[in-house]
Design a protein around this ligand. Sequence first.
Ligand SMILES: *Cc1c(COP(=O)(O)O)cnc(C)c1O
Length: 371
Amino acid sequence: MKPETIAIHAGNHVDNTSKAVIQPIVLSTTFERAEDGSFPGGHIYSRSSNPNRALLENVLAKLEGGADAAAFSSGNAAGMSVFQSLAPGTHIIAPDDMYHGLRNQLKKLFNGILKFDFIDVNNIDEVNKHLMPSTGLIWLETPSNPLLKVTDIKNVVALAHKRSIRVAVDNTFATPMCQQPLALGADLVMHSSTKYFGGHSDLMGGALITAKKDEWWEKIRDVQGYGGAIPSPMDCYMLVRSIKTLPYRMRGHVHNAQLLAQYLEKHPKVEAVMYPGLTSHPQHNIAKQQMIKFGAMLSFTLKGGEDEARRVINGFKLFTRATSLGGVESLVEHRATVEGPDTNTPFNLLRVSVGLEHIDDLIADLEEALG
Ligand SMILES: *Cc1c(COP(=O)(O)O)cnc(C)c1O
């Protein structure tokens, strides 16, 4: 089946008892045993599984083309479960512009437990140089946040799999509508479903999708089962509801982002635009090969430096000054401020989450803000 059909049907089935067309929200934490001690409904206790979560995990696995999925209470909880599943002393290679929340998680919570190097993963010589006998995981994030760098997933997978190293990809910026890392050879996909999956900036969630139901996956499931980083039935319900429109929302997001990037590129006050769909993007050819669509996140730098970036961000009327991304409304943020003192992000950079408003209104607002 095609993604549009999967998105609508794989997270829902008609309820057997009430015949409700939409799966009811099951708040019960516990499920009745049959006389023989079995659980005919397939659920025992809601930390282990719940009907709403099971349907969400089904649609997530199918959209990414994986063997199984696990839904979490946030993107960071999903990442944390991956790191907790690794044997102590395991070495991780991660991008130097890894999402700052997960980079800080590694630095603050796993220091002394795991080893890690944050490097330019687009430079294969650098990756080779940092490999250790204990390297167990290469973490990728492509397109990256906030520089929109694109990493050749197949290339990294080829190098990693020769040495039995796993590859995990944070696919939050792309969504499975724009990029399918498992089809490119990755072992695991991670999402902050707070972003495009939720799509309306009103819920937190995370997800992991695995290529194989192997020993590593069992370990990740154990970490979640014993650790308890699970989403509520209500959040699972809302995610299933939002995912039904994900394929169509992404078409609109990407359409607007491409036009906005092209507009910005021609603007005299703009220094550079970072968007994988522009032919000027340094990895545009890789993006063209590995992405289905180019996503809807973009960043741009201003010729006038930090002061000019701060002036422009305060001039918007339609774009809201806020962090996060993936909602129907357009957002803009001064990323270096959000990332804090250890940021590598240029101070004249603004990051934009392109929403679903009409493109003419978005361009008019941008024109006014740039002045
Ligand atoms: C937001 C985000 C995360 C973290 O997800 P939360 O749901 O906020 O915990 C991880 N990676 C990327 C790329 C993100 O944008």
